[in-house]
Design a binder for this molecule. Structure first.
Ligand code: ACO
Length: 440
């Protein structure tokens, strides 16, 4: 019989009773007083492993990058509250903060900016790769394939741990090129000619230039639009051990190169339960509008569970409170639509859904609140970004976080390859049967 009697903290150890024997395991405490039981020796000492489907209680690493308190709705990059960064910083400065661990001095920021500009052009031969995709291909598929393909042009990337000078260049190249590839993917998916980046434009303005310069007549880079998109990038820049970042770390633990890790991150981000949720939110809002519903019928369907529908943009594995990014985005969304003098009926439906859900016992009991994706899509629509590009925007924003996590793995010579175990529940030993004996 197995009795898990005590898992309480006894000073710096936790005691676990298994089959009548007591084992002690060290307790690890983080800088924000988060506690974990270090079970790295569990299997060696007891023969057991832990079972944690979906890793909800598994600390897969010790990290210094991002802190989240999901109960209180707190998010900090390198200790700095997201609200302060959203108000005072820019995406590029925040990217530096995440990757290098401190806010840059003027000189550091200038050097970083120069590196981004110097590395923003793709190798000319990459254009042939773009030609291989059909018009209509999903830009996330193009993005992941092209990030991987672009690694072929930088042989230095493949030389094991790329430190330290090479890392700076590769990191800047990835941040810069992910944006160039993203814009090219959009142009390709619409069958439009590619627009090259301009050296005189800053990061986010340059992205909008590459996307739209010739799409709208007299396209004007409005500062409010540039600011709103820059803020979306910043708010997505990192979020500790989410699905895509864990994927990046997983791949990095085998010491694959930075671009291969980022391409894997893009694939993990793509799904509707993760980065694809922003696209799913707009689809949901459009369906509600087309059905002539104000959201009430949809909420009933979600609650009934038989429809298989979820309120997209709601709920989070970590936040059991309002996602602090959603608060910031909601305000920016309101401000931007006002500035642009734009009315979006989807915003009204979203607000109604939020209001209804936050008062409803189904959502209250499960502690489901709006997450970052609930309002971000409405901002992106206002900026002119097509729905299929929403997750790509998320990927551009998340790139510095992936790089920071990659760096943390590479900086740690003791990092072991990530290799979880499983509980096997399939057939026990079973023998090969010749095909003639298998029946019809
Ligand atoms: N709508 C309706 N019910 C929900 C929702 C939702 N959005 N999210 C969770 N629930 C319900 C589940 O049905 C479950 O109910 P039950 O206890 O009756 O079975 C309960 O809440 C717990 O849900 P889980 O799926 O176990 O929660 P988990 O932590 O695994 O999932 C997730 C988190 C994937 C974000 C989930 O809330 C979800 O699917 N949300 C919608 C998609 C979304 O917005 N994703 C973006 C996340 S943020 C990001 O990646 C940037």
């Amino acid at each position: 019989m197995i009795v898990i009697l005590i898992k309480k903290f006894m000073g710096n150890t936790a005691r676990l009773e298994l089959d009548g024997k007591v084992y002690e395991f060290p307790v690890v405490t983080g800088s924000e007083n988060e506690k974990a039981i270090d079970i790295t020796k569990l299997r060696d000492t007891t023969g057991y492993i832990t079972f944690d489907d979906g890793y909800a209680n598994t600390g897969s690493c010790v990290s210094n990058i991002t802190f989240i308190d999901g109960e209180k709705g707190v998010l900090r990059y390198r200790g700095i509250p997201i609200e302060e960064l959203a108000e005072k910083s820019t995406f590029v400065e925040t990217a530096y903060l995440l990757i290098y661990g401190h806010l840059p001095t003027k000189k550091e920021l200038q050097n970083f900016s120069n590196l981004l500009t110097q590395n923003q052009f793709l190798h000319e031969d990459m254009k042939y790769h773009f030609e291989g995709f059909s018009a209509g291909a999903h830009p996330m598929a193009i993005l992941s394939a092209m990030i991987n393909a672009s690694s072929c042009f930088y042989p230095g990337l493949m030389l094991g741990r790329p430190f330290p000078e090479r890392f700076d260049i590769h990191a800047a190249r990835l941040i810069s090129q992910v944006r160039t590839i993203a814009a090219f993917s959009y142009r390709k998916s619409r069958g439009l000619p590619i627009i090259y980046p301009k050296k005189t434009l800053k990061y986010t303005a340059n992205f909008l230039h590459m996307m739209f310069s010739d799409v709208y007549e007299d396209y004007e880079l409005k500062p409010e639009v540039v600011h709103a998109l820059d803020l979306i990038f910043l708010l997505h820049a990192d979020h500790e051990q989410n699905c895509s970042t864990s994927t990046v770390r997983m791949v990095a633990s085998s010491q694959a190169n930075l671009f291969a890790c980022a391409a894997a991150g893009v694939c993990a981000l793509w799904g509707p339960l993760h980065g694809g949720a922003n696209q799913a939110v707009i689809k949901m809002l459009e369906e509600i509008r087309e059905a002539g519903d104000d959201g009430s019928k949809f909420i009933s369907e979600v609650k009934s569970k038989t429809s298989g529908k979820r309120l997209m943009g709601f709920g989070h594995r970590i936040y059991k409170n309002y996602d602090p990014r959603a608060k910031i985005i909601k305000k920016v969304c309101d401000d931007l639509l006002k500035t642009l003098n734009r009315v979006d009926p989807l915003l009204d439906i979203a607000k109604k859904l939020e209001e209804t859900a936050l008062k409803d016992s189904y959502f209250i009991e499960r502690r489901l609140y709006p997450n970052v994706d609930f309002y971000s899509g409405i901002i992106m629509r206002a900026v002119g970004i097509p729905t299929e590009m929403f997750t790509v925007i998320f990927a551009i924003g998340r790139t510095p976080g992936w790089i920071a996590n990659f760096k943390e793995i590479m900086d740690n010579p003791k990092c072991r390859i990530y290799r979880p175990r499983q509980i096997y529940n399939g057939k026990t030993v079973n023998h090969y049967m010749p095909i003639e004996e298998r029946g019809e």
